[in-house]
Design a binder for this molecule. Sequence first.
Ligand SMILES: [Zn+2]
Ligand SMILES: [Zn+2]
Length: 449
Amino acid sequence: MGLLKEGPLSWTIPSIPCPCGRSHAVSVETLAIGENALDDLQQFLLDRNIRSVLVLDDGHTGPILGDLVQKTLSDADIAVASLRYPASDHLRADHEALAAASQAIRVHPVELVVSVGSGTLTDIARYASYLAHLPFVAVATAPSVDGYASTVAALQFDGVKVTNPALAPIAIFALPSILAEAPWPMIQSGFGDLAGKVSALMDWKLARTLYAESWCDAAYQVVSRSLARLFEAANGLAKRDPESVSVLFQGLVHSGMAMAMMGNSRPASGSEHHLSHYWDFVTYQGRRPYIAHGLQVGYATHFILDLYRELPYLGPLKSPVLPVFDDAWQAEIRMRWGIGANDILREQTAKLEWLTRHQTPDRFQGLDGATIGQALAPEFEQIDTTKRALIQMGIGHALGQFGVSTPILVESLNHAHEVRARYTILDFLRGQGRLGPWLDRLLERFPAS
Ligand SMILES: [Zn+2]
Ligand SMILES: [Zn+2]
């Protein structure tokens, strides 16, 4: 089955320069999703005359696929060294794991690194190979994250999450039958992360419509197309149909590429991600359990979409009131965010500068909620489809789920806009003086769990 195999990915990347004025560099040369993906991997390496590789996997992914990767490459006389992390649900891209990978690269002078796993293993390979100036390719085992094609590595140093510059894999390979056998929460999580792009795209369009934020139609189309295909595949996903799971995986990889095209995460991350980041912070404070990123994003998407649903009833827009950053505000931020307060102050100052620079007296004149709703098509019309699909995938919208109690939900909807400089519907509603009243009504509509 040559399912979804893409050769060179030139179709996603418009001619240089793009009409948006950028030169989009996406370094992923090949994405091969099919049952013969390991043959494709072998051929890919032979074509590039790669004769020695290091395979990184762990006690879960090794027996499932890593052993077969090693055999397939050895059969082609490629010298294979291996580093297998112990089976653990707590593997992190931390100093210890990275040191082990760097050590393995030193001991076995190889030309390329192959990761066999999902988000964490791919990030370990991404960063270790970047430090060693080696290319890497990713063999994916789960459709759980949108970061496979990412150019930054999500690492965890001393308990703190950081993203460091690194390199995207030069190729990504996946077998549909393996993706479909991934643990169900990983498939749910991937779905939640991708479905959240509906609100991310609306946030981007909102900022474009109101403040002329920079836009790229090609990057937008990459994500928008992925969403259209995802909703077509939703029925099959619930049954773990390999073809549908592959559509999810391809959508996740493509949205990672859209981020690489823009050089930031705007096409794939908006207020739903800010809520999720806020909940991570609450987890760090010990006030709720850890929940996988994509599940949080999916749950958050319900609330953001319901805020968007109200837009047509907003009436004429008024010129927004800009926030005032006085001493009292600073003290409040320091109290809430503790050691993270400096980052928050920096992001908020950047956002205020941006708003001030783009705020002209007539910018909101003649606009009303209905016109804004129209500017958000087709995502605005996908609100119900998205919510239905999330529920079908087991990501419901009852209050109190995923460790988010109603008080935490209210707190997060009021403060999630603080985590990033990026403009979203949460900033918009604050500027219109509607966030508070709308939240009260919003909470009445959601069922209790
Ligand atoms: Zn995400
Ligand atoms: Zn562009």
